[in-house]
Design a protein around this ligand. Structure first.
Ligand SMILES: [Zn+2]
Length: 512
C-alpha cells in the first residue's frame, strides 16, 4: 500500500466559502477518493489560513476578537464541506497551538541549517492593507492598489527579518530541470521558469504591523519582536499538519493542489524555505484554473453572485460535484451557468445514467425475478476496462491530475451500456425462449457495467454511487470497493431492486 498525501490551499478566513473554493475542494476530494479506491493509504488535508491584518480588521469591524471570529468562519467552511461530501482526513487551522509551535520549529531549523538566510533589513514601500503586502509600481493605478481601488496605500518604513530567496534561484531552476513534473500543468511550469529567469528578490519573513499571528522566534537586533509574515505562517501548514494530535500526515506531500494565482508562492517560496530548512520537497504542485459565472442570469445583472447553497439545492450535492468536474477542466478555466448545469444534468444524469439504471433494474425484475443471471464476459467488458484503464492513468499523477479526463472515461461506459440495450433489444430476445441464453448474457453484461460504474463514479458522486450499488444488490459499499476488484467482479446472483429514480427529471426552477 503506497502512501498518498494531498493538500488543498488553506482558505483565507475572511469571508464565506464560494464557488472557487468549492471547485478546488471537489476536485481534490475526487482525487483523494480515487486514490483510496486504488488501494493507497491516503491522507487528505484541507483547512483555513486564519492569521493576518485583514482578518484582524474584519474581526474588529464585526466587534469580535480575532479567535472568535475565525472560529465562526471555520465552522461555516466545515459545514459547507460536509454538505459537499468532502472526505478530508484533517482540517488545518493556522490559529491552532500545534501550528504555532511547528512554524517556530521550522524557522529555527532555517536559522540552524542556513544561518545566512534570515537577515535584518529596513524596507520602505507602499503598503496595501487589502493585499497585506507592499505594492510594486506595476500594481499601482492612480496612486491606489489595482486590486483595492477604494483603499489608500500607506507609505511604510520598517525593519524586518528578510529571507534570502534570491540565493535559491539556481537551485530551484536545477530542481525544475531535474523534475519537470514538480509544477503542472506545463503552462504554469513555464510561468515559474520565466520568473526564475528574471531572478528572485528576497522576501519579508516578519512584520511589525500586526499582532494576529505567530510571533517570529528571534527578536531584531534592537530587541523588537515581530510577527511571522504571511508566507512563513501559511505555507508551512502542509508540513506542520503532522504535528497535530491524531494526524498521520506524512512528509513530503505527493501533491499540493492550488489555484493558478498562488502557484508561484508554492513553486518558489515554499520549496526555497524547505531547502533552507534541509527538508524534502513535495513531489508536485498542481495548479487548477479559475471558474467564472456565465449564462443568462449572471449576465443580465452585473454583480449577481452565486450562492453555493442554491447551486447545491438545485439537484443535490452529487449532481453539483458532477457538473463542476464535467464542465470545468481541472487544468484550465471554466464557467458555471444555470443553463449548462441543467443541460448536463438532464442529458447525462437523468437521461443517461439514471435512465440506464432504471431500465436495467426493470428488465431484470421482469425477465429474471430480480436476480442477475450468469453470463460470459465479452467485448463490451473489454471496451469498458480499456476506458477504466484510461481513468486510472489520468489520476495516477504522471500527467498531473486531469480529473475531468477520468470522469470522461467513465461517462463513455454509460454511453456504451445504453448502446448495448439499443442494439441487443432484450425485450425482443425475451419473446423467444430459444434466445434465453442470449438474453441472460446481455442482462449480466449490463449488470457488470452498472456495478463498475457505481465503483468508478464513487469518487465523483459518492452518495449516488452508493444508491446505485445498493439498487444492484452489491456487497459492502461502492466506495469501499477497489478498482482492481471492480474490474474482475461478477454480479451473478445479485438481487436488484427497482427503487426511486437516481436522478429525477428536472422540474422548472422556481420563478422561471
Ligand atoms: Zn491591494
Amino acid at each position: 500500500m503506497s502512501r498518498f498525501y494531498l493538500t488543498t490551499a488553506i482558505d483565507y478566513a475572511n469571508g464565506d466559502p464560494h464557488l472557487g473554493h468549492a471547485l478546488e475542494k471537489i476536485g481534490a476530494d475526487a482525487i483523494a477518493r480515487f486514490h483510496r479506491q486504488l488501494g493507497d493509504d491516503v491522507w487528505f488535508l484541507i483547512g483555513m489560513d486564519e492569521h493576518g491584518q485583514k482578518v484582524a480588521q474584519t474581526a474588529e469591524q464585526a466587534g469580535m476578537a480575532p479567535q472568535a471570529f475565525v472560529d465562526r468562519v471555520a465552522e461555516r467552511f466545515q459545514a459547507m464541506w460536509t454538505t459537499l461530501g468532502i472526505s478530508h482526513d484533517q482540517f488545518m487551522r493556522t490559529s491552532a497551538a500545534p501550528h504555532h509551535a511547528a512554524v517556530t520549529d521550522l524557522l529555527e531549523r532555517i536559522f540552524r541549517h542556513s544561518p545566512d538566510d534570515f537577515y535584518e533589513r529596513s524596507y520602505t514601500g507602499r503598503y496595501c492593507v487589502g493585499c497585506e503586502s507592499f505594492k510594486q509600481p506595476a500594481d499601482i493605478t492612480d496612486e491606489r492598489c489595482a486590486l483595492h481601488p477604494t483603499r489608500s496605500l500607506q507609505e511604510i518604513t520598517e525593519r524586518n527579518w528578510f529571507f534570502r530567496l534570491s540565493a535559491y534561484t539556481d537551485r530551484l531552476k536545477a530542481h525544475l530541470a531535474a523534475h519537470p513534473e514538480f509544477v503542472q500543468p506545463a503552462t504554469r511550469r513555464n510561468e515559474i521558469l520565466a520568473l526564475l529567469e528574471q531572478g528572485l528578490e528576497d522576501v519579508s519573513a516578519s512584520r511589525a504591523r500586526f499582532a494576529w499571528g505567530v510571533p517570529f522566534p528571534r527578536p531584531l537586533s534592537d530587541g523588537e519582536t515581530q510577527t511571522t509574515y504571511v508566507w512563513f505562517d501559511a505555507l508551512p501548514n502542509y508540513w506542520t499538519a503532522q504535528t497535530f494530535p491524531g494526524s498521520r500526515a506524512p512528509w513530503p506531500a505527493d501533491v499540493h493542489i492550488v489555484g493558478k494565482d498562488i502557484t508561484r508562492f508554492h513553486a518558489v517560496i515554499w520549496p526555497a524555505m524547505l531547502m533552507a530548512a534541509d527538508l524534502p520537497l513535495p513531489a508536485m504542485i498542481w495548479a487548477h484554473g479559475f471558474i467564472s459565472l456565465g449564462g443568462e442570469r449572471f449576465s443580465k445583472s452585473a454583480g449577481v453572485k452565486l450562492e453555493l447553497a442554491d447551486a447545491i439545492a438545485r439537484f443535490g450535492p452529487d449532481a453539483f460535484r458532477y457538473y463542476l468536474l464535467r464542465d470545468v477542466p481541472f487544468d484550465g478555466d471554466g464557467a458555471f451557468s444555470w443553463e449548462r448545469f441543467e443541460a448536463v444534468y438532464t442529458a447525462e444524469l437523468a437521461n443517461g445514467l439514471g435512465n440506464l439504471a432504471s431500465r436495467m433494474t426493470a428488465m431484470l425484475e421482469k425477465y429474471c425475478d430480480g436476480i442477475v443471471p450468469t453470463g460470459v464476459r465479452g467485448a463490451t467488458d473489454a471496451a469498458d476496462l480499456a476506458d477504466y484503464a484510461e481513468a486510472r492513468a489520468a489520476m495516477a499523477g504522471r500527467r498531473g491530475f486531469p480529473v475531468h479526463e477520468a470522469l470522461e472515461a467513465v461517462v463513455r461506459t454509460v454511453g456504451r451500456a445504453n448502446q448495448l440495450i439499443q442494439d441487443a433489444k432484450p425485450w425482443v430476445l425475451a419473446k423467444n425462449p430459444a434466445q434465453r441464453e442470449a438474453l441472460d448474457g446481455v442482462l449480466a453484461t449490463l449488470a457488470r457495467q452498472l456495478a463498475r460504474q457505481a465503483v468508478y463514479l464513487a469518487p465523483f458522486m459518492p452518495q449516488k454511487a452508493e444508491a446505485l450499488w445498493q439498487a444492484l444488490g452489491g456487497p459492502g459499499t461502492a466506495g469501499g470497493t477497489t478498482f482492481a476488484a471492480a474490474d474482475t467482479l461478477d454480479c451473478a446472483g445479485w438481487r436488484v431492486t427497482k427503487g426511486e429514480g437516481l436522478f429525477p427529471r428536472p422540474e422548472p426552477p422556481a420563478g422561471a
